[in-house]
Design a protein around this ligand. Structure first.
Ligand code: FEO
Length: 394
């Protein structure tokens, strides 16, 4: 399958309608994904990126129907991660001497992954490759999101091939951003940013400024997942700039797990208190044991404050809450307030433990949390409402 992108640029990737988990089990892909590979035909023919390894044979067979593989002059590997390089072993088996343009770090990653001594040509930011009437300009993008990541820009057609950046896990045959459901599109974009790029926000900000400083016109942004930005392509760059600036909406997210409903009742009463004090704020509750963790992280990303609750078990916290707290710590959210809560029967360590983990994760604790002894009675629930009201005022 191939689609025309613009001029002599074609999409030759793979739509993965079935994908529901990505990065092993780490990332949920409710709407599938695509692995975008692009064929650029000018005086020279260039293949930009490949697909994930389960589709390698299918990919190369389809590519061979599109073009005599021997006529591919250059391969560009913008990123070595397996979802984009997985087709290389099968492809390079057929065209072993074809040069692969990539960063020095990508040579290390590709050698580490495939143990092949392909014909690597390393490039740095600003290097140009003449392909006939047009050029490819390379722009390194280290840690967006791997050390080897790179963008490349096609002159003449003014296309930025941005690899993972500006992409979305969204399976679609509609190819372009203006053709798909906009709420689905932006939900997948923000989920991708929240779960993958949050730790690198300072680099995102710097990279956007660097690319803008190049002064290159951008008619189209072709990422390596999801749809191509052809309608107002810079709208996604503007969104990234906002997301990179310690993003928050007027939202409070309450995450908890519960054994016998005590901590759930606390969560709902705290939400009631917040709502009483501020009826403009969006409040969302998630039972961490029953919710998709990547969806929760997306809501944390959008929040100005996060409340986390667990009853005490074995002098600790329930494992679903421990898991989401570890995700939150690793992503390094900035500019977010937080507090803990939980029910307990005897030792009651959970609230202090959650408080400590939130603090270690960079959240600004507004208090030392709220504990309720055994199942909350009317007075305890009123205290939770009051706790929520007090939080809203902060
Ligand atoms: Fe889509 Fe970092 O791979």
């Amino acid at each position: 399958m191939h689609f025309s992108v613009k001029g002599n640029v074609s999409w030759v990737g793979k739509i993965d309608w079935e994908l529901r988990k990505f990065h092993g089990e780490e990332y949920s892909t409710h709407r599938g994904s695509t692995y975008n590979s692009y064929l650029v035909r000018d005086g020279k023919t260039v293949l930009i990126d490949t697909v994930w390894s389960p589709f390698a044979v299918e990919f190369v067979e389809n590519l061979a129907k599109e073009i005599d593989l021997a006529k591919i002059d250059f391969v560009v590997a913008n990123h070595a991660e397996s979802d984009h390089s997985g087709g290389l072993p099968e492809l390079m088996r057929r065209i072993p001497d074809t040069p692969i343009y990539c960063t020095a770090n990508a040579v290390k990653s590709l050698k580490g992954l495939y143990h092949q001594d392909w014909n690597f040509r390393t490039v740095k930011t600003g290097d140009r490759l003449n392909i006939g009437s047009k050029e490819l300009i390379f722009i390194e993008a280290p840690m967006l999101h791997w050390p080897d990541s790179m963008f490349c820009y096609l002159t003449g057609d003014n296309i930025l091939f941005s690899n993972d950046a500006f992409g979305q896990h969204l399976a679609s045959e509609l190819l372009f951003n203006d053709l798909v459901d906009q709420s689905e599109l932006f939900q997948e974009c923000i989920k991708y940013y929240a779960n993958i790029l949050t730790p690198f926000s300072a680099l995102v900000d710097r990279k956007i400024k660097e690319v803008v400083a190049f002064g290159l016109p951008v008619d189209m942004i072709c990422p390596s997942h999801g749809v191509i930005w052809r309608d107002n392509p810079l709208q996604i760059v503007t969104r990234y700039a906002a997301w990179a600036a310690d993003y928050q909406e007027n939202q409070v997210t309450i995450i908890y797990d519960t054994m016998w409903d005590g901590t759930r009742k606390m969560a709902e009463s705290i939400a009631k208190g917040i709502h009483e004090a501020d009826d403009d704020v969006t409040i969302k509750l998630f039972n961490a044991a029953r919710s998709d963790k990547n969806d929760i992280i997306t809501e944390v990303f959008k929040s100005k404050a996060v409340l986390v609750g667990s009853p005490t078990i074995n002098r600790g916290i329930l494992s679903a809450v421990a898991g989401i707290l570890e995700e939150m710590r690793g992503l390094g959210f900035k500019n977010k307030k937080a507090a803990a809560f939980g029910a307990y029967g005897w030792s009651g360590e959970s609230v202090a433990m959650i408080t400590e983990r939130l603090r270690a994760g960079g959240f600004h604790l507004v208090n030392e949390g709220l504990r309720v002894f055994w199942n909350p009675d009317g007075q305890a629930l009123a205290d939770c409402v009051s706790f929520g009201r007090d939080l809203a005022s902060k």
